[in-house]
Write a protein that binds this ligand. Sequence first.
Ligand code: PLP
Length: 220
Amino acid sequence: MLVDNYKKVISDITSAARKVGRNPDNVKLIAVTKTVGAVEVQHAITLGIKDFGENRVQDAAEKVEQFPTVNWHFIGHLQSNKVKNVLPVYSLIHSLDRLSLADALQSRAESLDQDVNVFVQVNVSGELSKFGLPPAKLPAFLMKLYSYNRIKVSGLMTMAPFVDDPEDARPYFRYLRQLKDKHSKPGMELPELSMGMTNDFMIAVEEGATMVRIGSALFG
Ligand SMILES: *Cc1c(COP(=O)(O)O)cnc(C)c1O
């Protein structure tokens, strides 16, 4: 049942935050609805969930259109030619990982005359199967983003490797937080950390996640 799953996720987020002296209100739950339909989204909305994540433009289009008043987060790999379908319907893009995509986002934002909020996705594990910028390239990339006046960088996003024991994901989350601390500067603060999924979100919250992206723990 979604309602029970939701209560459990909220209580897990709360206890993980309290464990390290954080305010649980500073952790936003993003319900990842990529595996479910509009009925489940509606149900989640009635439970009070306001933020939803999708990772495929086409598959999500109908759902996203049906619920224009909630916040939609784009969390998947984004092809530049799909940017026109993502803006303005998504309020936050979690997966900026290359300048060609920044170019596409900037020009779409210009034509809409609005800003675009993004996370820079970092590949902290170095796994070849994962998207994201290598950590060594982050400082130069952030510097370049300064010149994109319509792109507002909210922070950093990562996906930890899939591990059996979530404790093993901790170093990757910690590393992302260290990168955020190191590269935040006046005019380019990086207040947010988008990290943690069903398998590892409690560890991510302990390590400073401000947004957790959760699918299966909610929807099965
Ligand atoms: C699917 C997905 C999630 C949610 O994964 P669960 O393990 O089902 O919680 C989070 N982030 C991204 C980028 C995803 O693609």
